[in-house]
Write a protein that binds this ligand. Sequence first.
Ligand code: 2AM
Ligand code: CA
Length: 268
Amino acid sequence: MSLHWNEIEKIAKAWTIEAGENIKKALENPIEVKAKSNPDDLVTQVDKETEQFFYQKIKETFPGHQFLGEEGVAEEGKLNSLDGTVWIIDPIDGTMNFVHQRYNFAISVGVYHEGVGMIGIIYDVMSNEMFHARKGEGAFLNDDELLPVKERPLHEAVIGVNGRWLVEERNVYQNPLRALVRDVRSIRSYGSAAIEMAYVAADRLDSYISVKLSPWDYAAALVILNEVGCVASSFSGETLSLLESGTVVTAKPQLHKEVISLYLGEEF
Ligand code: 2AM
Ligand code: CA
């Protein structure tokens, strides 16, 4: 069984590197950008081609596996169960960075078996940093093993959060988030949830918080975070769904408890 997952992990990493090379090549030409749900929600032909690349590879190599991707290229339509082995993929996490900066975006690949996270890969394409983990085998940044995380008190914590959530009037969490941002040492916003959660695992951030993420944003991150002893849940402390979007708080365990009990866990 463990050899099986070892093989799948090797294949998944090789495909991720190849997809990254294709994305770098695509950046040599103009990128065609379209808006999705709103004018700031962007998608490019590279997002779609990259998802298609993974979908084809998975269907050819593992015809019995299921597929969930942000751009919805799967011919079988929407995923509605986590039965068997499921690949959950964000072809480009941080599309706005991809378009505006040509930097700070990642390919995120999570592989789950009967709902349990087995493999997580977050590949920051331009910085050549691959964060990866296999269940029970530790987490790595390229060839270096990541250490189990050490706690830092809340007032010394640096957390990843998108500043928009602090000024968005319709966001019911605006006030508790503002209180949290006042109390921590500082905040950072990199524009790619996958990279920010990988940074929590690598101890570059103490926590990452978002009012809305989707399964493809965090599927890979959950596997990596778990291996270094970090915790992830919704703002009310529930396990994250792999089929629905929602609020997300990831952090070192003690900090996670404090953020939920003192700031985000109550109804406001
Ligand atoms: P994306 O680039 O794959 O869309 C930006 O703060 C982060 O939030 C990115 O990881 C982005 O992923 C994600 N994101 C942006 N809009 C989102 C939405 N409506 N639902 C879920 N995730 C979103
Ligand atoms: Ca995406």
